[in-house]
Design a protein around this ligand. Structure first.
Ligand code: SF4
Length: 116
């Protein structure tokens, strides 16, 4: 997530910088730094923002499970933590998923797959 995306999500969440700091459990200075691009946005912060956004959007529609959308074979589902922990609508939140045939090395690689 870059600084423009961060600002855009804060706007969609309808939060001031101070409210965003409280929501993310960080300082106002950190929010300034993210939005100015002085500090990169940590994966834990990015993940929390996506989680909050998903909860806003969940009012609009009932979500199907990822394994139904992607038509995962039973063998794949058995190996995937998203299926193991029944998080079919939050698979992006869980590390170790295997959508692309294997576990990704880091959060950024995983997010590239999830966002596509
Ligand atoms: S997260 Fe796991 S269960 Fe969901 S689509 Fe990807 S591989 Fe299938």
């Amino acid at each position: 997530m870059d600084k423009l995306e961060f600002k855009s999500y804060r706007s969609k969440l309808n939060k001031t910088q101070k409210q965003m700091a409280q929501l993310l459990g960080t300082s106002l200075k950190a929010i300034h730094s993210y939005e100015q691009g002085w500090r990169s946005i940590p994966p834990a912060v990015e993940r929390q923002i996506y989680f909050l956004m998903s909860r806003l959007n969940s009012k609009k529609k009932t979500r199907k499970s990822c394994w139904d959308i992607k038509k995962c074979a039973p063998e794949r589902k058995k190996q995937c933590p998203a299926y193991e922990f029944k998080t079919g609508d939050l698979c992006w939140f869980i590390n170790g998923t295997i959508c692309d045939g294997g576990v990704q090395n880091n959060w950024q690689d995983k997010m590239r797959i999830c966002q596509s």
